[in-house]
Every structure is written in structure tokens, then in C-alpha cells.
Design a protein around this ligand. Structure first.
Ligand code: LAC
Length: 252
């Protein structure tokens, strides 16, 4: 007989980029420097940034997320043929330390008051510190867990194990909240409970790529990164926005 409380949710852990903070908010900085190419650069940068996390994790060639972010930016700018100096890369990459909080994040976090809350992110400790303090939400979390301590990236099982170790909980006692399909996939496969924030529904995407509609970098990004992965795990919970989460997990 299973003890019903043994897999009760002991902590709720949040993905950061795309879940609490809007990575698209770097667009104004890029558009100002590269008029007409802000959207393109924003999407290539974010796609490449995550590709580089996977390339480095699989290749056993870890560099922290700040460096990966700068490398991905350099790649993105190079596609325009620009030869960019390190100072420019540093300055533009700093936009990642000043991302906007999604409007639903603060009410969503407040609605979970009384729960153990933590962050589990690819972000380096310095990047997470800048983001969470900049948005005045650092105090809401018991722990800010950077994968940097495990020198790997999501969805490496070691990154999810790190969160369990820090929180001293079993995988089934941890609920990971993420809008990133690959993060849901990795966390569920590892054995965490998962809650997907569906910031862009499959129906909304279908409407945007319907015959006759023009398709640009934003649509390609949404198709690649805002949907559930095509194999494997289904999230335990799906919500359209963060404030719905508290009610969904009541009693869990
Ligand atoms: C993070 C990336 C996956 O915050 O969005 O870990």
C-alpha cells in the first residue's frame, strides 16, 4: 500500500527563461542596433543559445550560461556578416540580465505563498542573481538553483537530481513548472512532477501558420520551442498562465 503523502508536492521549482522571464524582451536592444533585424536576431539567438547548451552538455564541454549566451549572440550577429568586437557582445548580452518578468509571474508566485518555492535554471548564478534581484522576486524563493553546480544543462538528469539534492526531496515530491517543452520532457523522464505553462497553444500556432499567412522567425521559434515535444512525456498539469497553478495543485 502506497503512503498517499509520500509523493505529495514538497516544493515547486520554476524554470526561468521563457517561464518567469520573457526572452523576447531583448528585441528592443537588438532592433535599436540592427533596424529591421531585431526579431530575426532575437529568435536565432535564443535557438542557438539552447542548442549550444545541448552541444556542450553532450560533448562534456561545459561553459556557464553567460558564456553560452555570448557565443550564441556572436553566432547570430555573424549570420548578418558583422564582425563584432567583444565589448559590443558584452553590452548586447547584458540584455539577458534585464529581461522582463512575464505579467503573470508575480501573481502566480504570490498565489503559491506557503509552498516551498525554488528556481532551477540553466542560468549562471550571476545571471540569476541579476534577474531575480532586478525583478524584486529573489526573496520569494527558498533556493535559487543553477545547473552550474552540476556543470551541465537541462535536460541532463544530473540537473534535475541537483534540485532534489538541494531541496532534500524525492523526484516525485518536486513539481517543475516550465513553458519549455524540452524541460518538461527531461524533468518528467527523470521522475519529477511537471506543470506546463502553455504560453502559446497548438491552436494558436495552427492559426498563425494557416495557408495564406506569412511565416517569419517568430512563427518558426514558436513551432520549435513553445510546443510539447513530439515524443514521450505528458505533463501532469497544463495551465495557460501561472496564477492558475495554485488552484490546480491544491491538495497535491
Ligand atoms: C532555464 C532555461 C531552460 O531557465 O529556460 O533553465
Amino acid at each position: 500500500v502506497r503512503n498517499p503523502s509520500s509523493d505529495a508536492i514538497g516544493a515547486v521549482i520554476f524554470d526561468t527563461y521563457g517561464t518567469l522571464f520573457d526572452t523576447h524582451s531583448v528585441i528592443s536592444v537588438l532592433e535599436a542596433e540592427y533596424p529591421g533585424r531585431g526579431e530575426y536576431l532575437t529568435q536565432i539567438w535564443r535557438l542557438k543559445q539552447l542548442e549550444y547548451t545541448w552541444l556542450r552538455a553532450l560533448g562534456n564541454d561545459y561553459r556557464d550560461f553567460g558564456e553560452v549566451t555570448r557565443e550564441a549572440l556572436h553566432y547570430s550577429l555573424s549570420t548578418l556578416g558583422k564582425v563584432d568586437d567583444a565589448t559590443r557582445i558584452e553590452r548586447l548580452a547584458d540584455a539577458y540580465n534585464q529581461l522582463s518578468l512575464f505579467p503573470d509571474a508575480l501573481p502566480g508566485l504570490h498565489a503559491l505563498a506557503g509552498r516551498r518555492l525554488a528556481v532551477l535554471s540553466n542560468g549562471s548564478p550571476q545571471m540569476l542573481d541579476a534577474l531575480l534581484h532586478g525583478a524584486h522576486i529573489a526573496d520569494l524563493f527558498e533556493a535559487v538553483i543553477s545547473v552550474d553546480a552540476a556543470r551541465t544543462f537541462k535536460p541532463d538528469p544530473d540537473s534535475y537530481q541537483l534540485a532534489c539534492d538541494v531541496l532534500n526531496l524525492q523526484p516525485a515530491q518536486v513539481l517543475l513548472v516550465s513553458s519549455n517543452g524540452f524541460d518538461i520532457q527531461g524533468a518528467a523522464r527523470f521522475g519529477l512532477k511537471t506543470a506546463r505553462i502553455e504560453r502559446f497553444t497548438a491552436d494558436a500556432l495552427r492559426a498563425q501558420v494557416a495557408p495564406g499567412r506569412s511565416i517569419g522567425p517568430a512563427e518558426v521559434f514558436r513551432a520549435l520551442r513553445t510546443q510539447l515535444e513530439g515524443f514521450g512525456a505528458q505533463p501532469d498539469i497544463v495551465v495557460g498562465s501561472l496564477p492558475e497553478l495554485a488552484a490546480e495543485i491544491r491538495g497535491m
